[in-house]
Design a protein around this ligand. Structure first.
Ligand code: C2O
Ligand code: CU
Ligand code: CU
Length: 484
């Protein structure tokens, strides 16, 4: 059940919403007084047709309305969040990209199993201001359907550009979407982003934030809105596809008096729905969940509960960002019951994930931070900060490896690998019971996580890194060469 105590409950705060709501917060559960929040936006959608997803995508600064204020954010096609892209296994993708930012940038397709080279998921490309680039790649027939996303990935500028707003969903539709209960469910996409603006409505610059901690904004948005509302058909199912597109913020989500039935971790379907009261999403992670409208019709809040991801103590503190989300629960959105539909039950069988063979190779990675000569404070993997000219790890295509990742630092680090998804084998030696595929795994401070990765289909150079993107920019990344 709900774990926060009464004191925390009373201090429950929302972000940017007026004090009129205070009365409602003190009442548990539903309230007869409707919270007035605006209906949730959905992103403009680009969908593939006849096997081709083709669009123009322009990165540029653009004024947007953020919680009633004019904000000058970094956008794709002027949108916060960026347009949603939808394709199917077997499709070709062609993105005519223009960089109209004042900095170089590029695009990464987080979680997609596509080539890391050429004009595909190549994070080593540098597209300068005013330049254009045509991304073109094929989505394999074997690509699992799921929730993926795109964002900039030019080392050193990733956190700043993501914090400016550059992020969008990339959905692959496939057979999971045809499971009758899932197909009949109402679907919403929630993109979680946080911002901090200066008095001119521009994102606070890196200078004003604790990069060691990882920058967190005080304005938390869902689809670019503060506390939007969405509806849940009574007796029906709501499918929420949630993306943590924040630079550093973790979300610990809960809907009052409702469970989440998780059906996918990152971009991969689970064998069956798993009931969870709380859903922890680190930066980069996604979850696909079903919510069953089996309570009293009314209004319920989607909350973000406190989470302590460690701190930099004397070395960074919280900077000028003020309190972060380890303090109090916050209201992210409001869910309203709407008129009843045909009762829907949860699906039972979704997928069949099988285990991987025992690998011959076990590699060890240690995550920490420290002083490095000439660089100063840096975030390190095996004692080294990222160096663009080095190959840190070489693997052989068509092999499976275990990576044992140990966090000896004082902050949590979500570890992410490009191109290939993996399974968690154990945490601190305890076998992981849930069969699941992921592309980002939380390694808590003091913890050792063992993951098993098959390197399949694509050779070439790519990366692994901490998805607290300030940590990545400050060195917690390695180059991975997959040799053919
Ligand atoms: Cu969201 Cu290197 O990734
Ligand atoms: Cu990625
Ligand atoms: Cu980190």
């Amino acid at each position: 059940m709900v774990k926060f105590n009464r004191r925390q409950f009373i201090s429950l705060s929302t972000v940017g919403v007026g004090a009129a709501l205070v009365g409602n917060w003190l009442r548990r559960g539903t309230s007869s007084q409707l919270v007035t929040s605006r209906a949730i936006n959905s992103q403009p959608l680009y969908k593939s047709s006849n096997g081709l997803l083709e669009l123009d995508l322009e990165a540029r600064e653009h004024p947007v309305n953020l919680s009633g204020k004019k904000a000058h954010l970094l956008t794709y096609n002027g949108q916060i969040p960026a347009p949603r892209l939808e394709a199917q296994p077997g499709d070709k993708v062609r993105i005519h990209f223009t960089n109209n930012l004042s900095q170089p940038t590029n695009l990464h397709y987080h979680g997609l199993h596509i080539s890391p080279t050429g004009s595909a998921d190549n994070v080593f490309l540098r597209i300068n201001p005013g330049e254009k680039f045509n991304y073109e790649f094929d989505i394999a027939q074997t690509q699992p359907a799921g929730t993926f996303w795109y964002h900039p990935h030019l080392h050193g500028l990733v956190a700043e550009q993501l914090f400016g707003g550059l992020a969008g969903l990339f959905i692959v539709r496939g057979k999971e979407d045809e499971i009758p209960e899932i197909k009949a469910a109402k679907e919403e996409f929630l993109v979680l982003q946080d911002f901090s603006l200066d008095e001119r409505g521009r994102p606070l610059s890196s200078m004003h934030m604790s990069l060691m901690m990882g920058r967190e904004g005080d304005l938390i948005t869902v689809n670019g809105q503060v506390n939007p509302s969405f509806s849940l058909p009574a007796e029906g199912l709501l499918r929420l596809r949630i993306l943590n597109a924040s630079t550093s913020r973790f979300y610990r989500l809960m809907i009052e008096k409702h469970s989440f039935y998780q059906i996918a971790t990152d971009g991969n379907t689970l064998n069956e729905p798993i009931e969870v009261r709380e859903l922890l999403l680190t930066p980069g992670q996604r979850a696909d969940v079903l919510v069953k409208a089996d309570n009293q019709p009314g209004q319920y809040r989607l909350l973000n509960l406190p989470y302590d991801r460690g701190n930099m103590g004397m070395m960074g503190g919280r900077g000028m960002m003020g309190r972060n989300n380890r303090d109090v629960p916050k209201v992210l959105a409001t869910v309203n019951y709407e008129s009843a539909v045909e009762p829907l039950s949860l699906p039972t069988k979704l997928a069949s994930i099988s285990g991987l063979p025992e690998p011959l190779t076990v590699r060890r990675f240690e995550l920490n931070h420290g002083m490095t000569p000439g660089v100063g404070m840096a975030f390190l993997i095996n004692g080294e900060p990222y160096h663009s000219n080095l190959i840190h790890t070489q693997v052989q295509l068509d092999t499976v490896e275990d990576w044992e990742i140990t966090n000896t630092g004082i902050m949590d680090h979500p570890f992410h690998i490009h191109v290939n998804s993996f399974q968690i084998i154990s945490r601190n030696g305890q076998p992981e019971s849930l069969p699941a595929w992921r592309d980002t795994v939380l390694v808590r401070r003091g913890e050792t996580v063992r993951i098993r990765i098959p390197f399949r289909d694509f050779a070439g150079k790519t990366v692994y890194h901490c998805h607290i993107l300030d940590h990545e920019d400050l060195g917690m990344m390695g180059n991975l060469m997959i040799n053919a």
